[in-house]
Design a protein around this ligand. Sequence first.
Ligand SMILES: [Zn+2]
Ligand SMILES: [Zn+2]
Length: 281
Amino acid sequence: MSKLYLTSSVHTHTTYCDGKNSPAQMAQAAYKQGIQTLGFSGHIYTPADTSYCMTPDQTNQYKLDIAQLQQEYAQRMDILCGIEYDSLAPFPSKGEYDYTIGSVHAIYGAENGTLYPVDLSTEVMQQCILQGFGGNTIKMLQEYYQQVVQVAQYKPTILGHFDLIVKTNRNGVLFDEQDKGYLNLALEALDACIEQGVCFEMNTGAIWRGWREEAYPDDRLLKRLAEKKAMLTITADSHQQESLLYGYDRCAQRAKYAGFKEIFVLTKEGFVPCNLQDIDL
Ligand SMILES: [Zn+2]
Ligand SMILES: [Zn+2]
């Protein structure tokens, strides 16, 4: 099957954290869309910012709920119990989840120690640069990418939205993404993450929510990933049942255009390759 990537959606959120649908609703929608592997990746409990994550009690219930769905859908669809790890939380112990997505969602200001979510709003990031980093945008970017590299060192199954830091940077309002200073920083971090052997994701969440025109990571980073033969998968960072496979075909085209001959699809048995030779550009 040339579009094997359309059978797996493993970056998903439910009402247990900041998603709109319950695991049961997500499972029903996934099954209807022909998905073979549905993975739940609720936000791990992050004591420093509890606004979007699961509490420890919710996490226990989340696991039970998913275990029940696994039984309900046995023989019909594989359901994986994953977690989206956050740089502010302790990394989960081995075997606790079927897979992990490792992400950075917030950074501490070097000047004031204030925690700034990087994906909330342009205003928050303006404050972050101004007050958290004394107006030094490059320092802020260094801190973000340093955190991403640290997360990669834990070797999550998938490294989440590598360049999330551009999310609120519409029209370059925070910094110039074409600037060599930015690109070199991002590429250096990318290379360090590639060395850890993690699988990167093309994540369409920000397009669905109207923040960006294209999925992370940007074309220049994608090209480098292809050159270095890094592993790549497609995810929707889906927070509702309608977006489980959102933008996947476009991602496959971009991946092929960037030089990827194959991408990877997460299944119950781990990653399986998906050849892109039949994808039309
Ligand atoms: Zn995330
Ligand atoms: Zn997510």
